[in-house]
Unconditional design. Structure first.
Length: 367
């Protein structure tokens, strides 16, 4: 018998700290661009980020009050998945931005369907596998349907193109399926199939090859392909232990591209040093720790798989973003959850956190 518990306070607190850092650092990272663009009102990015934070917190508070088990109902799960599919197809016909079609506009707001796809595929995979746990290792019964849905979603994301998000979706689904109890032989065979397939897709695009080579030796072309990574490493290196101080960063002054979105962690490292960047890292460590705690103590299989998927979603995005900034992975357009500027990413992250916090309110009677 499940009983309702209090919300996980550490998980909630870590999220609030990250949101607070987001507001401050987005303002700091965007200040140089606003100073150069007289067409924008003062505090434009700060006000926009505050708006998304407020909307996201309202969404989080609302989702926390809705029993997560409603998400596995067919009347919720399937319409959400179908809507995601329609959005992923529609965005392919939108206007190109930097050579990609990842966004379409709804009035003054930009929507990124691939962010919604992460939540939809997590809910579907968790709900579907819970219903078929009795024959989890029968490919045609449990694994094939999940594979088809994940393959279609991943394929549509690759067409945008967005290789990083596509790989993220596959890893999330793989983690959920593995935790559900699939046999190792299916895991190994799937990995052996996917690795060369993804490698071929990666190498087939010239711009991805350039990014990969720049990652291996960014200083071979510091003003060209390796420019972004070199500037990021300079920002991190000059921050030292205590940083230059808030608003005192240099790399954001036209040197580091996208300082308030994908490379905001570099600005944090430069202005707040090792101490500030470690605080951000520790917040994500807390999110992972408490998320896995929720997974372990969830009252049912759906709650456990759902919590795991959401935890992996946040943790993987944070890992990829920070690794790119530190030169540990090739450059990818993956934002830092809860921190980077951007409406779609922030709202989906807070939606996922709201669901995770709701699961944390329930535990088995033995807990």
């Amino acid at each position: 018998m499940a009983r309702k518990l209090k919300t996980d306070k550490l998980l909630f607190l870590a999220t609030l700290v990250l949101l607070g850092c987001s507001v401050v650092m987005v303002y700091s990272a965007s200040s140089a661009e606003l100073a150069q663009d007289q067409r924008q009102v003062s505090y434009y990015y700060l006000l926009r980020q505050l708006m998304w934070v407020v909307f996201g917190c309202v969404l989080l508070a609302g989702v926390m009050k809705v029993d997560y088990r409603l998400l596995k109902k067919s009347t919720v799960m399937w319409p959400g998945l179908i809507l995601t599919g329609i959005a992923l197809v529609a965005v392919l016909f939108s206007e190109e931005v930097n050579g990609t079609t990842r966004w379409f506009n709804l009035g003054p707001f930009g929507v990124q369907p691939s962010e919604l796809a992460k939540i939809s595929i997590i809910i579907f995979t968790a709900a579907f596998l819970e219903k078929r746990m009795d024959r989890i290792n029968e490919p045609s019964y449990a694994l094939l349907p999940v594979g088809i849905v994940a393959g279609v979603v991943t394929g549509l994301i690759l067409l945008q193109p967005d290789f990083g998000t596509a790989v993220t979706v596959l890893v999330i689904v793989g983690a959920i399926v593995f935790t559900a109890g699939i046999s190792y032989r299916y895991i190994i065979s799937t990995v052996l199939f996917l690795l060369p397939t993804l490698a071929a897709i990666l190498w087939a695009a010239p711009y991805r090859r350039v990014r990969l080579l720049a990652f291996l030796d960014p200083f071979a072309d510091p003003t060209g392909a390796g420019y972004q990574l070199v500037q990021s490493l300079i920002a991190v290196g000059t921050g030292g232990v205590f940083g230059r101080g808030l608003m005192e960063g240099v790399q954001k002054l036209g040197y580091l591209p996208y300082p308030y979105t994908d490379f905001i962690y570099a600005v944090i490292a430069e202005e707040t040093g090792l101490i500030g960047s470690t605080i951000i890292l520790l917040c994500f460590v807390v999110v992972v720790w408490r998320g896995l705690h929720v997974t372990r103590h969830a009252p049912d299989r759906f709650g456990a798989l759902l919590a795991l998927g959401l935890t992996i979603m946040i943790a993987l995005q944070a890992y990829i973003n920070m690794s790119v900034v530190l030169g540990l992975l090739p450059t990818k357009g993956i934002p830092l959850p809860f921190v980077s500027s951007g409406g779609s990413s922030l709202l989906i992250s807070l939606l996922g956190m709201g669901i995770l916090l709701n699961v944390s309110q329930y535990a088995s009677a033995e807990t």
